[in-house]
Design a protein around this ligand. Structure first.
Ligand code: AMP
Length: 291
């Protein structure tokens, strides 16, 4: 496994891999590091579907707002590289902020339109501009045939899929299922911030989604009823501060009235100082309908 830190070295590493294996498919797995099984599941899928896997580790300053956790975001490059090597990554790209933004910030940015202001985009203004801009740069630097993202960040997936369509990137976006701890908590680098008490409270997000999902499985189709269920669970626990609990179309992120044609249940909440997100995808119903 090669670890490179400059754009030039990254391009050379990709060119070398392509020269070595004619017609090879390159898979890109962008991350911010502090890796866990969720990230590794993306790499495993990339290994399954591509010949060469490039993982990137970059805590992107432009996607953090003022007062957010950019400075304290966990950085563990050595451990991360060991994990990536163990699952067969070929090249790791770990640039500095100065390498990615030589002028100190992004001058040219990618705005994906209104979808960027929904869900996390509503509570983190400018977040998806930062994400879309850095992912565009990574797509240009690596030129992958496929890019792998986690369902855990459902709004991010919707925004980036829209961007890939709108700007004709000509690559396949692969969304991999959310990897959870054994009790249901979605794995996240930010779980490292939680105290043991907060870790216990953090499970409320999954409990809310699970409760609504059960109702849906029993035949409830009314989005308002499912949303009420999520809110009830989320508001019942002290120390959990709601950001949003929504029932939306997974592609547009707009609210839906009924979930019969499939829907995304999405929640975000602060547990102490830590903002956590989670979601569940409800598949389209069969013809039997629901209430
Ligand atoms: P991050 O390092 O948080 O920017 O995440 C990098 C990629 O890993 C994103 O595509 C995330 O959606 C994905 N990811 C993060 N947590 C999980 C998880 N628990 N399961 C699956 N994918 C995840």
């Amino acid at each position: 496994m090669r670890v490179v830190h400059t754009i030039c070295a990254m391009r050379e590493a990709c060119a070398a891999e392509r020269a070595r294996r004619a017609g090879c498919r390159v898979g890109l797995v962008p991350t911010m590091g502090a890796l866990h099984e969720g990230h590794l599941s993306l790499v495993r899928e990339a290994r399954r579907r591509c010949d060469v896997v490039v993982a990137t580790i970059f805590v992107n300053p432009t996607q953090f707002g003022e007062g957010e956790d950019f400075a304290q975001y966990p950085r563990s490059l050595k451990d991360d590289c060991a994990m990536l090597e163990s699952v067969g990554v070929h090249v790791v790209f770990a640039p500095s902020a100065a390498e990615m933004y030589p002028g100190g910030g992004a001058r040219t940015v990618v705005e994906v339109g209104e979808i960027s202001s929904r869900l996390d985009g509503a509570s983190r203004p400018g977040h998806f501009r930062g994400v879309a801009t850095v992912v565009t740069k990574l797509f240009h630097i690596v030129s992958p045939e496929m890019a792998f993202f986690g369902q855990k960040d459902a709004a991010q997936c919707a925004v980036l899929k829209a961007m890939v369509r709108d700007l004709d990137f000509g690559l396949e976006m692969v969304v991999c299922p959310t990897v959870r701890e054994s009790d249901g908590l979605a794995m996240s680098s930010r779980n490292r911030y939680l105290t043991p008490e907060e870790r216990a409270r953090a499970l409320t997000l999954w409990r809310a989604l699970d409760a609504a999902q059960r109702l849906a499985n029993e035949g409830v189709c009314d989005a308002a009823e499912l949303r009420r269920e999520m809110l009830q669970v989320l508001k019942a626990v002290d120390g959990v501060r709601l950001d949003y609990a929504e029932v939306v179309d997974p592609e547009t992120l707009l609210p839906v009235a009924h979930v019969c044609r499939g829907a995304l249940l999405a929640v975000a909440a602060w547990v102490g100082e830590t903002r956590l997100i989670d979601n569940v995808v409800l598949p389209p119903r069969g013809s039997e309908g629901g209430r």
